[in-house]
Every structure is written in C-alpha cells, then in structure tokens.
Design a protein around this ligand. Structure first.
Ligand code: CP
Length: 309
C-alpha cells in the first residue's frame, strides 16, 4: 500500500485511504516499540534532516526517536545556533544541507506555508512538523490513533476541540482529519478565539459554552492558549479564561458522565486545563505522546517508499 502523496504537508492533502494506511502502519510499529529490541532496519540507507526553526520538545524528540528506531541516518538543526542568524535564506540553508545528500526533510517553521514552498524547490520528501497557524499533520494523526485506540473507530465519534482555535495548527489538522474519517466535531471557547468562517468551511459545530460542549462530546481535545501568537487582547485575563473556559475537576464531575481528555502539549496548567484533570485517569495525554513515535515512524517509512505490506 502506498500513499497518494510524496510529501506530508498537511492532512488537507491526504485521502481517507492515506490516513487509514498511516494509522494501520503506526499500529504495526507500536507493536515493534513494545519489543525488548525496538529497532528495525527499514530506513537503513535513508538520511533525514530535522530542521527546527521554531521551539519544540515533543515533536522534535519524537521525530528523532522515530528515525533512530527505523535505523535512518539523522541530522538535527536548530535555527537559533545556525547561519540563519547571519541572514541566510531558508532556501539557501536547505540547499546547502541537501548538497550533503539528504533524502528527507522534517521541518517546523513559524511561517505558514514554509514546507509547501520548500516542496516546490527541492527534490527531497518534506514532512511538515508544524507551520505557523496552518497545520501540524503528525499531531492530527497521533491524536487520531489515540482516539481510535480508545474508541475502536473515529466514525461517529463526537470530538470537542476547546480553546484557542484561531492560532492552532493542531485544530486545523484535527478538523481536516476527523471530518474525512466520519467523526463529528464541535469547536468551543471564547468567540474571539474561534474564527467566524470556520464552522461553514469545515462543516463543524460551534459552541461558546464549554459545559454544553462537554455534555455533547465523547472526547475533549483541549488546546493551549498561544499567547506568543496573540498581538491583541482576546480575553480579559488568564485567571478569567480559566474560570470561564478552563477544564476543571468540578466541571467534569458536574457532567455526570465520563469524557476523555486530550491535549497536544505543552500545557498551560491552571489556564486551559487544571492539573488534577491533566494527570487524571480520564486524560490520555501521555498516550498521545507515546503514539507520536509510532505515527512518525509510519509517515517516514511510507514516504520513503517502503510500503506497509
Ligand atoms: N505538540 C507539540 O507540537 O509539542 P512541541 O511544540 O513541544 O513539539
């Protein structure tokens, strides 16, 4: 089985079958990751460079680990200690790296569309590790794998995406993926953080009352308030945000039903999510992180042209 695309730039470009293949391949790699020897030789002759122009903990470690588990040769680059600081352009940086015979590029960048730009100018396969406020496709895929493991299917699942939708590439990738896979999606949070066009463009519901959204949902994917991307005041204070839109233990207990809590990380504890919820049995946040390695192994393996059979 092969993907319909040479790059992973966004979930928007994937077919339902592509998503199914990636999730099924990730499930096979998850089995490998339970073994005493967690390494397979699948990408032994493949060289991958990780280009991180923006901060990351989970995604970067997860890609590096996935590459090592597949026996790829890897190089990691951070913009903060590179010649980008001397004024080198993105294309020059990448072309210099590629001249050292690199097969695949994993890239995170604060500019929306940066990986799409690269894909038009270089021959290597590109994996988007998060571009601006556009997409974070491997996060969407690992979220999907985590929900599929918990509920057996995404078809008909009710997922509330709660919080800072406006600045969230995670929300975008989740919306594309969940709609393609037949889930129902509701966006919830302050009106100032939910763009007006979203409901119609994606065919999703919008609810400004978080309690009502939780009453409707099987899963709440709670998003980080991205203060670093906000250049105007979109809510009164973090304290007020927590009181009105934050997910607390007392709010969950008032629902009278179980709900699964997800968060892509990093968490603003005490803002969008209280610690006694984040660390509770209802939370699958660390399973999401664990699934990230298997999902990234699957993506790299499939894009390298190693089919899943
Ligand atoms: N979820 C996520 O992308 O986390 P990092 O920014 O730490 O990679």
């Amino acid at each position: 089985m092969k993907l319909s695309t040479k790059h992973l730039l966004g979930i928007r470009d994937l077919t339902k079958e592509d998503i199914q293949i990636i999730l099924d391949t990730a499930t096979q790699f998850k089995e490998v990751l339970q073994r005493p020897v967690k390494k397979v030789p699948s990408l032994r002759d493949v060289t991958i460079v990780n280009l991180f122009f923006e901060n990351s903990t989970r995604t970067r470690i997860s890609f590096e680990l996935a590459e090592k588990r597949l026996s790829a040769d890897t190089i990691s680059f951070t913009a903060s200690n590179s010649s980008v600081k001397k004024g080198e352009t993105l294309l020059d940086t990448v072309n210099n790296i590629l001249s050292m015979k690199v097969d695949m590029v994993v890239m995170r960048h604060s500019a929306t569309g940066a990986p799409h730009f690269l894909s038009k100018h270089i021959p290597a396969a590109i994996v988007n590790a998060g571009d601006g406020i556009n997409e974070h496709p491997t996060q969407g895929l690992l979220d999907a794998l985590s929900m599929r493991e918990k509920f057996g299917t995404l078809e008909g699942l009710r997922v509330a995406i709660i919080g800072d939708i406006m600045h969230s590439r995670v929300a975008m990738s989740n919306m594309y993926l969940l709609k393609k896979m037949g889930a129902e999606v509701m966006l919830a949070g302050p009106p100032t953080l939910i763009p007006k066009y979203t409901a119609e463009a994606f065919g999703v519901k919008v609810e400004y009352n978080v309690k009502k959204a939780l009453e409707w949902a099987d899963v709440a994917n709670v998003l980080r308030i991205q203060l670093e991307r906000q250049n105007q005041v979109l809510f009164s204070s973090l304290r007020e945000y927590n009181q009105v839109y934050g997910i607390s233990r007392s709010l969950l207990e008032s629902l009278g039903k179980d709900i699964t809590i997800m968060h892509p990380g990093p968490i603003n504890r005490g803002v969008e999510l209280d610690s006694d919820v984040a660390d509770s049995g209802q939370s699958i946040i660390l399973q999401q992180v664990e699934n990230g390695v298997a999902v990234r192994m699957a993506v790299l393996y499939l894009l390298a042209g190693r089919d899943s059979n």
